[in-house]
Design a protein around this ligand. Structure first.
Ligand SMILES: C[C@H](O)[C@H](O)[C@H]1CNC2=NC(N)=NC(=O)C2=N1
Length: 97
């Protein structure tokens, strides 16, 4: 999987306003109504991550999830990061996040 050019990253971030670039990662937060709901969201993300064999870093703080995506094997951002970001956005939206 090839690293995305900076211009490509910027273009894709334009489609994903919840995400910010932080160096070699893109990050967003998801806020759930309560802690059990946050864990259910993590569980749904885990299923999608496993399907893609691409896994986010997840920092769980009560009902706020801090998510970070990067492609470790490539040492930066690739198409896989944005594919999973899109699925995370769908999951978050389905929980009102
Ligand atoms: C062998 C390698 O660990 C696997 O192909 C997957 C597992 N999940 C992964 N997740 C992420 N974020 N980056 C990877 O490079 C990655 N590699």
């Amino acid at each position: 999987m090839d690293l995305l050019e900076d211009s490509e990253v910027r273009r894709r971030l334009g489609e994903r306003p919840q995400w910010r670039r932080e160096g070699d990662e893109i990050r967003r937060t998801v806020t759930a109504p309560d802690f059990p709901a946050a864990i259910r969201i993590v569980d749904e993300i885990a299923v999608e991550a496993e399907k893609l064999n691409h896994h986010p870093d997840i920092d769980i703080r009560w009902r706020t999830l801090h998510l970070a995506l990067t492609t470790h094997d490539a040492g930066g951002l690739t198409e896989l990061d944005f594919t999973l970001a899109a699925r995370i956005d769908e999951i978050a939206a389905s929980h009102g996040g």
